[in-house]
Design a binder for this molecule. Structure first.
Ligand SMILES: Cc1cn([C@H]2C[C@H](O)[C@@H](COP(=O)(O)OP(=O)(O)OP(=O)(O)O)O2)c(=O)[nH]c1=O
Length: 203
């Protein structure tokens, strides 16, 4: 199990994610949630499309947490990937991996896909939100300095649009919050369908 777990009392949703970005974004909606993250196997299947892969991972994360926690509270699981010229880019394992990813993204458009799955004991729903992001040309020196900043670590595609990575993004179309890790419009719609209260939709 991942480390992040908070108290279970008095909440309306379980966030099955150790990502601090997802915790902040969900808090933005004013949801009364607690965190219970679970580790799953993230190996892609052969011939699996990126959209099918990211949806499967969001489903698997919420399902693993539901199996560990039980109970009647809905669980939200999510996953984010970057897709560049049909190649799936996850989190970089080291500097060489990050350099390879950022070089592939340089001067081109890529897609960021985030899947969100909400489930309770009876049913589950999953949405995949796709955004188009264009990077300007990056120099080797910039890529190296960016790795040294520490920001690429733990981020799909080895960048963070909410940080220094913003200086690489010349254009984007889609969901900004989705690129950061949790698309808030679509998440709010899912929460509504599972009757999870929010700041603007209290009990
Ligand atoms: C593209 C991009 C990704 N990311 C992050 C969001 C995700 O946290 C991360 C992708 O990793 P994920 O595997 O989706 O999630 P995670 O391991 O961080 O958390 P968990 O599995 O517990 O839910 O990349 C940014 O923060 N900014 C960006 O611009």
């Amino acid at each position: 199990m991942k480390q992040a777990t908070t108290t279970q009392s008095d909440h309306d949703l379980i966030l099955g994610s150790a990502s601090p970005r997802r915790q902040e974004l969900l808090a933005q909606l004013g949801v009364n949630f607690h965190v219970h993250a679970s580790d799953i196997d993230e190996t892609p299947f052969q011939q699996e499309s990126p959209a099918a892969y990211v949806a499967r991972l969001a489903e698997a994360k919420s399902s693993a947490v539901m199996a560990e926690v039980g109970g009647d509270i809905p669980v939200l699981g999510s996953d984010t990937i970057v897709v560049s010229q049909s190649e799936l880019l996850g989190k970089p394992v080291d500097e060489a991996d990050a350099t390879r990813m950022l070089t592939a993204l340089s001067g081109r458009e890529h897609q960021v896909m985030t899947a969100v799955c909400v489930r309770n004991r009876e049913r589950h729903e999953v949405v995949v939100v796709v955004s188009d992001v264009t990077f300007r040309e990056l120099t080797e020196a910039e890529i190296s300095a960016y790795w040294q900043s520490g920001e690429p670590e733990g981020k799909a595609g080895a960048y963070a649009i909410q940080g220094l990575g913003a200086t690489f993004v010349s254009a984007m179309k889609g969901s900004y919050s989705g690129i950061v890790g949790l698309p808030l419009y679509q998440t709010d719609q899912l929460l509504k369908s599972f009757a999870v209260p929010t700041r603007l939709r209290p009990r």
